[in-house]
Design a protein around this ligand. Structure first.
Ligand code: IMP
Ligand code: MG
Length: 190
């Protein structure tokens, strides 16, 4: 068990938290705005929201309740990080594929964060090859200073500095996804 997990199980996330980067209120206000924008842009279109597990799932469930055009949802999973690993290693792997035929659908990929860009680039290429009517990216967070491959972001919640963040879907060694805010990790735990 990692030092991080040991600490979380004993004392909760508090000892690891450096500062709250985005409060629950800031997140909810921005997500409502994104939902309204998506509602306007996808009026009359057959929308499919695709969430990338597991990080994107908390964002998806809040975002979809602010989208008032009819739509369906589906999930994919991509693995690029291992527990305790803070840098993308090698080629991302699709560990769960869609259950939906996306041909002719308007696909919106809903991500927690675009970091190096490799995971989302991989998913975008794969889904584009299946001939959707359109495919766009909606990400809650963007860490542009870490980008290694170009990712076209159509909808963005917040641009953040190059710090490891957790909460609101983003994990610390698989824990803390339930937090309602997004925080940064103290240097000694990074
Ligand atoms: P990529 O480097 O853009 O491929 O990022 C892939 C994934 O790494 C993201 O979708 C997140 O799940 C995870 N990730 C990147 N940065 C952070 C972070 O600061 N905290 C937690 N997870 C992160
Ligand atoms: Mg993710």
């Amino acid at each position: 068990m990692s030092k991080i997990v040991e600490t979380i199980l004993k004392h909760s996330h508090e000892p690891l938290l450096d500062k709250v980067l985005l409060s629950e209120e800031q997140l909810q206000i921005r997500i409502a705005e994104l939902g309204a924008q998506i509602t306007r842009d996808y009026h009359g279109k057959d929308l499919l929201l695709v969430s990338v597990l597991k990080g994107g799932v908390v964002f998806l469930t809040d975002l979809m309740r602010h989208i008032s055009v009819p739509h369906s949802i589906d999930f994919m999973a991509v693995s690029s990080y291992g527990v305790g690993v803070r840098a993308t290693r090698g080629q991302p792997r699709i560990t769960l594929d869609l259950n939906t035929d996306i041909r002719g659908r308007h696909v919106l990929l809903v991500e927690d964060i675009v970091d190096s860009g490799h995971s989302i680039d991989h998913v975008l290429r794969l889904l584009a090859s299946r001939n959707p009517a359109s495919i766009k990216v909606c990400t809650l967070l963007d860490k542009p200073s870490r980008r290694e491959v170009y990712v076209p972001i159509a909808y963005l919640g917040f641009e953040i500095p190059n710090e490891f963040v957790f909460g609101y879907g983003l994990d610390l060694d698989e824990y803390c996804r339930n937090l309602r805010f997004i925080g940064t990790v103290k240097a000694e735990y990074q």
